[in-house]
Design a protein around this ligand. Structure first.
Ligand code: ACO
Length: 490
């Protein structure tokens, strides 16, 4: 059957209410849809193939796949194992393209990041987070009517079910907000369940609804998690505020004191969310795709992204940077700390990246935000001075230069958040709030472009060869031969 990426026989059946016009709104298929189809087109031209020669003399032709940007050489090895029983050993997937995607492109050598073809550093200067979210989810920036509708439906979905609110209150005061967020998202899967979650696969409207609900509710859940952390009453969202203003309002308003959102702080949150919104196949996004590849409920899939993001090598780095700067304590102690890093006693958190080997463009945006908030405060954070001193020393040190280690987006992000009075336990959960739209875009793309193939890598087995249990005798006439070790011991 000819398929159209945005249609299915049950489209729109399951959705009604104020959200209905938005989820049923016609959107053209992504401009990149044809690229996905090309993946499966065969080609006769000899130049389109590379040849792999194995030690047994077999030669295998591997088709070149052409990326639409960048100079990577990509070889199609999809049938390599089934056809030839050859697999590739690559822990951490350094040299493996796990999927095809048309959402974000990172040029590690040039230090560039593009969302749907637009340079992120320029995009965030002209468009707010909701535009960026719409762009990532749908492939194009919204026109005025689309933007208004998108904002309206998000606002209509900001509240969470009272049982979710009650659930959040059961966490102990001081509970880490990432623990609360991942648990709440898993719990949401039971609120928005579908028998075996089939309709999420078949019905575009159901998918749109899941995306809108998650985007709308995450700031409310995150702010509620903060209130649990500090033991204050929860504050409900307001429809008259923007996405970022609303978040700050829910974080800092209390029933006893009026709270006026600082405009610059709202801008900072907005930009922070935008530059964290997506970053191609990072650990958490790959986790989402893995969970989604089993056709799991999308709310449950997003919960897996939160847990994967939590670690210090990924989204948890922003919290770890502030711990590190606090431990260093003063600019004078920077050389001593750098010595420890070079002796491999610890890592310089907020430095290094799997893909960027020149600069992380998002780090410049964060540094710029630092300068803006400190200019307004007129009182720079002492940790900012330590961070700048660390950066200067590291960028001129052979250890870091030779390994191509540069500040990443998280090096300055914690310092910016501190200036907004956001405690460090909240840094990673704010990252999750921004990245949620990237996770959703990848999940949606995977489903709509028929890119679902259950994730099931092979392995290089290095354990015991098959052997008999102690006292076990080999059955006579058994087809399989025991291993050499078995022969020796029997
Ligand atoms: N400090 C000191 N040395 C480092 C650092 C660092 N931050 N990062 C890498 N190195 C060194 C390693 O020790 C290794 O040295 P060696 O070749 O002498 O053994 C070399 O650089 C390569 O390191 P890998 O760990 O192999 O690089 P990888 O690409 O796997 O790791 C990562 C990337 C995880 C980001 C790493 O650079 C790191 O741990 N950075 C600190 C944590 C951090 O800031 N994470 C946030 C990443 S951005 C994000 O997720 C939003």
């Amino acid at each position: 059957m000819q398929y159209h990426p945005l249609q299915s026989p049950t489209d729109g059946m399951a959705v009604n209410g104020p959200i209905e016009p938005f989820v049923k709104m016609h959107r053209s298929p992504s401009r990149c849809h044809e690229q996905f189809k090309k993946l499966d087109e065969s080609t006769e031209s000899e130049e389109s193939y590379a040849t792999l020669t194995l030690k047994d003399g077999r030669t295998i032709k591997l088709r070149h796949l052409a990326p639409t940007a960048g100079s990577d050489i990509v070889l199609d090895v999809r049938s390599l194992y089934n056809d030839e029983q050859v697999c590739l050993y690559d822990p951490g997937f350094n040299s493996v393209a796990s999927c095809a995607s048309a959402i974000t492109f990172v040029d590690g050598a040039l230090g560039k990041c593009h969302y749907r073809g637009y340079d992120v550093s320029s995009l965030v200067k002209r468009h707010d987070f909701l535009d960026v979210a719409y762009l990532l989810l749908n492939g194009e920036l919204p026109d005025t009517a689309e933007r208004r509708m998108f904002e309206d439906v998000l606002k209509s979905e900001m509240l969470v079910h009272n049982r979710i609110k009650e659930f959040i209150t059961t966490f102990v005061p001081g509970a880490h907000p990432m623990s609360i967020l991942s648990s709440v998202l898993s719990a949401m899967a039971s609120f928005y369940a579908d028998p075996m979650d089939q309709r999420y696969m078949q019905d575009r409207a159901m998918r749109e609804l899941a995306c809108v609900r998650l985007l709308a509710k995450i700031p409310t859940v995150v702010a509620m998690a903060y209130k649990v952390l500090i033991g204050e009453p929860m504050v409900y969202p307001r429809a008259d505020l923007s996405y970022a203003e609303n978040f700050l309002y829910m974080m800092f308003a209390t029933p006893t004191s009026p709270f006026v959102v600082n405009e610059l702080h709202a801008q900072v949150i907005d930009t922070f969310l935008s530059i964290h919104a997506d970053h191609e196949q990072n650990a958490s996004t790959s986790t989402i795709r893995t969970a989604g590849s089993s056709l799991a409920n999308p709310y449950a899939c997003i919960a897996t992204g939160v847990t994967s993001l939590w670690g210090r090598a990924h989204g948890g780095a922003n919290e770890a940077v502030v711990d590190m700067l606090t431990d260093i304590g003063s600019v004078q102690k920077v050389p001593e700390f750098i010595k420890k890093v070079k002796e491999k006693k610890c890592r310089l958190m907020g430095f290094g990246h799997r893909v960027y080997k020149n600069t992380d463009p998002r780090a410049f945006v964060m540094q710029d935000l630092c300068h803006k908030v400190f200019a307004q405060m007129n009182a720079p954070d002492p940790l900012f001075q330590i961070a700048k001193a660390l950066e200067t020393v590291a960028l001129n040190d052979e250890y870091f230069v030779s390994r191509k280690l540069y500040p990443n987006v998280d090096f300055y992000s914690g310092i910016v958040m501190r200036a907004l009075h956001i405690p460090k336990e909240m840094f990673t959960v704010l990252f999750a709030m921004g990245r949620c739209v990237g996770w959703l875009s990848h999940w949606k793309e995977m489903v709509e472009e028929r890119q679902i193939k259950i994730t099931r890598p092979r392995q290089l087995y290095v354990g015991e060869a098959p052997r008999l249990l102690p006292g076990e005798k080999r059955e006579k006439n058994k087809a399989s031969e025991p291993s050499t070790d078995d022969k020796k011991s029997s």
